[in-house]
Write a protein that binds this ligand. Structure first.
Ligand code: IMP
Ligand code: MG
Length: 183
C-alpha cells in the first residue's frame, strides 16, 4: 500500500507573517505606552512562535514580564472537544497588573473565554487584553473577540507557525492549510 502523505497549501508566507507582526507590534506598543509593568502570558503550545516574534516587536517604557500557561482542548485532531484542560496553569502573583494574553487562534472561542474569565477572577487585572495570531470567527460557539488579530481566516484547518495537527507541523515557518493524505 502506498503511503498517503499530507499536503500543505501555503496561506501566509514567512515574510507576510513577519510583516503583519511588525504592524501588530507597533499597535500594541502605542496602546501600552502608558501602562505600567505589562505582563504577557503565552498560551502553550500553539502560541510559541507568535509569542517569540510579537514580544520582540513590542517596545514599551517598562520592560515586559513574560509568563506561560499550557491549555488544551483535547478531541479529535481537527475538532476541539469543548472542554478546556489546564495541564499547566502556574502563574506568579500578577494581581491588578496590565495583562496581555497571547494565543495562537480563536476557533470556537472556548479556550480564550475560559482563560480570560479565569484571569479576571484570579487577578482582577488593571487591564486585560488578548492578541491572537489567527481568528476563525465563523466557528464561534461562545462569544469572544480578541483585541489584536493577526489574520482573520475562513473555516480551514491550518498548521505551521506553532499550530499543529496531532502534534505535527508546528515548526513550519509559514501558515498552511492541511489536506490530509488519503482523503
Ligand atoms: P477554541 O475552539 O477556540 O477553544 O480553540 C482551541 C484550540 O484548538 C486552539 O487554541 C488551537 O490550539 C486549536 N485549533 C483550532 N483551530 C485550529 C486549526 O485550524 N489548526 C490547528 N489548531 C487549531
Ligand atoms: Mg492553542
Amino acid at each position: 500500500m502506498a503511503t498517503q502523505v499530507d499536503s500543505i497549501r501555503t496561506i501566509y508566507s514567512q515574510p507576510e507573517i513577519q510583516e503583519r507582526i511588525k504592524e501588530m507590534g507597533q499597535q500594541i506598543s502605542s496602546d501600552y505606552a502608558k501602562l505600567e509593568h505589562p505582563v504577557v502570558i503565552g498560551v502553550m503550545k500553539g502560541a510559541f512562535c507568535f509569542l517569540a516574534d510579537i514580544v520582540r516587536q513590542i517596545k514599551t517604557p517598562d520592560p515586559l514580564q513574560i509568563e506561560f500557561v499550557r491549555l488544551a482542548s483535547y478531541g479529535s485532531a481537527t475538532e476541539s472537544s469543548g472542554s478546556v484542560q489546564t495541564p499547566y496553569l502556574e502563574l506568579p502573583n500578577i494581581s491588578r497588573r496590565n495583562i496581555l494574553v497571547v494565543e495562537d487562534i480563536i476557533d470556537s472561542g472556548r479556550t480564550a473565554r475560559f482563560f480570560m474569565d479565569y484571569l479576571k477572577d484570579q487577578f482582577n487585572p488593571a487591564t486585560l487584553k488578548m492578541a491572537v495570531f489567527l481568528d476563525k470567527p465563523s466557528r464561534r460557539v461562545v462569544p469572544m473577540e480578541a483585541d489584536y488579530v493577526g489574520f482573520t481566516i475562513e473555516d480551514l484547518f491550518v498548521v505551521g507557525y506553532g499550530l499543529d495537527y496531532a502534534e505535527k507541523y508546528r515548526e513550519l515557518p509559514y501558515l498552511g492549510e492541511l489536506k490530509l493524505g488519503g482523503g
